[in-house]
Ligand binder design. Structure first.
Ligand SMILES: Cc1cc2nc3c(=O)[nH]c(=O)nc-3n(C[C@H](O)[C@H](O)[C@H](O)COP(=O)(O)O)c2cc1C
Length: 200
C-alpha cells in the first residue's frame, strides 16, 4: 500500500499539514509507504482551459510541478488531500489541483442517440481521504448553507475519479491558530486511525 498526501494549505506546518501527516503516520504504522507533498512549495498554475488534454487524456500540456503530480496520483493506492477553508470554500492551491484533474475527463458520444456522457480516465478503486480544516466551530454561527454547499461539492472529486472508498475528516474551530491541530491529542488520534483504516 502506498499513500500520497497532498497539503493545499499555504501555511507551513499548520493544521492541514499536521492532519494530513497524521493520516499518513497512521497508514505508515500499518506498513504503508507514504509521501507528503506541499503545494505551497511547488510551481503550480491554474487550468488554462486550452483543451489540449482532450487529445491525450491524462496528459496536461501545461508544464509545471502539477504535471508530474497528476501522473503520480494515478500510481498511489490511496490519496489524502487536505485544504483549509477559505471564504467558505477550498484554498486556491486546492482548487488549482482540482481544476487540473480536468485533464482526466473525456466525453463519449452515443452513436445512436448522439448523447454525450462524461467519463474519467483515472484508475478506479482508489481510496481517498479529504482533510478540511476551518476556523469556524460546528455548527457555524453564520452561513451554514455555504458549508453544506462546500461539503456537497467535495463529494464530486472522489465520485468523478471513481474512488473505491472515501471519507471526509474535519477540523472545526481552529480559528487562526496554526497549532490547533498539533495541540489536540484526540483529533490526532482520530486522524491516525483514519490512516490505519486504509488497511480495513
Ligand atoms: C483567507 C482566509 C479565509 C478564511 N476563510 C474561512 C472561512 O470561510 N471559514 C472558516 O471557518 N475559516 C476560515 N479561515 C480560517 C482557516 O480556515 C483556519 O485558520 C484553518 O485552520 C487554516 O488551516 P491551516 O492552519 O492549515 O492553514 C480563513 C482563513 C484565511 C487566511
Amino acid at each position: 500500500m502506498n499513500v500520497l498526501g497532498i497539503n493545499a494549505s499555504p501555511r507551513k506546518n499548520a493544521n492541514t499539514q499536521t492532519l494530513v501527516q497524521a493520516v499518513l503516520d497512521g497508514a505508515a504504522e500499518k506498513g504503508a509507504q507514504t509521501r507528503l507533498v506541499n503545494l505551497r512549495e511547488m510551481d503550480i498554475h491554474g487550468c488554462m482551459g486550452c483543451e489540449g488534454c482532450k487529445k491525450q487524456l491524462g496528459q496536461c500540456v501545461q508544464k509545471d510541478d502539477m504535471t508530474p503530480l497528476l501522473q503520480d496520483m494515478t500510481g498511489f493506492d490511496a490519496v489524502v488531500m487536505g485544504t483549509p477553508v477559505y471564504w467558505f470554500h477550498v484554498s486556491a492551491q486546492f482548487k488549482m489541483l482540482v481544476d487540473r484533474l480536468y485533464c482526466f475527463m473525456g466525453t463519449k458520444k452515443n452513436s445512436e442517440t448522439g448523447e454525450e456522457t462524461m467519463f474519467f480516465e483515472f484508475p478506479e478503486g482508489k481510496k481517498f481521504v479529504f482533510i478540511i480544516s476551518r476556523g469556524d466551530p460546528e455548527p457555524p454561527q453564520m452561513f451554514p448553507q455555504f458549508y453544506d454547499h462546500l461539503n456537497e461539492w467535495l463529494n464530486l472529486i472522489p465520485i468523478s475519479l471513481g474512488a473505491g472508498k472515501f471519507e471526509f475528516f474535519h477540523q472545526y474551530g481552529a480559528h487562526l491558530d496554526r497549532k490547533a491541530a498539533r495541540n489536540d491529542a484526540d483529533l490526532l488520534i482520530k486522524a491516525k486511525a483514519v490512516g490505519a483504516g486504509f488497511f480495513d
